[in-house]
Design a protein around this ligand. Sequence first.
Ligand SMILES: *C/C=C(C)/C=C/C=C(C)/C=C/C1=C(C)CCCC1(C)C
Length: 238
Amino acid sequence: MVHLSLMSAAIAKTDYVSFTFFVGTMAMMAAAVFFFMEVGNTSKEWRTSVLVSGLITFIAAVHYYYMRGYYAETQDSPTFFRYVDWLLTVPLMCVEFYLITKKAGGTIGILWKMILGSVVMLVTGYMGEAGLGNPTIWGTVSAIAYFYIVYEVWLGDVKKLATSAGSAVASANSALGWFVLVGWAIYPLGYLIGTADGQWYASFKNIGLDMDVIYNIGDAVNKIGFGLVIYSLSRKAA
Ligand SMILES: *C/C=C(C)/C=C/C=C(C)/C=C/C1=C(C)CCCC1(C)C
């Protein structure tokens, strides 16, 4: 069987990259099951938010299953499928912000601005990682798009709507806003390590951490943690 290792490649004890792919797969699966099962126990206004948390972790679980096998077989970063995952799940996180501000009159227009920002952030990040040009330039463009999303959530339209809706929505928005400001900032570190070869920031290689490990930690924090915060908000508001 050509793809036997997709199922059963043994993970060497020192292969901590594979280990984090393995744990990531299980954690995403467990989180998806949890969120899906809890949808029925959730008050009506929060049901879609919890459902979307289930979709985010489910989509990630499928990609992690694949990436785990890819890495085990090739010892190479599954860059393409990493970005496919992000291109599906990050816009869904923007949907979570939309669902929260919708109660205060949030519009589809604001949702599209955030999705557009995240697509620019991810497509340019992919260009930089895939060697399709200068990684400093692509990384900078990506970072500008990232700061645009941070701006929207902390100072722009999303923030204004959340504030006008009163304390419950405002505190939900800032809880999720911390993920965007701090949790998402994990990723550029992975990028700097992963693209360091021959660049002015080549010394990032010496940090001794692996790009995929950083991305896997970032995904666990941002997909599962983000979903759990939404879940706990849904219980408080009920
Ligand atoms: C579930 C996946 C998430 C929340 C992924 C988020 C990814 C980012 C915030 C990536 C950001 C990047 C930059 C800000 C600059 C360098 C390139 C990226 C794409 C790693």
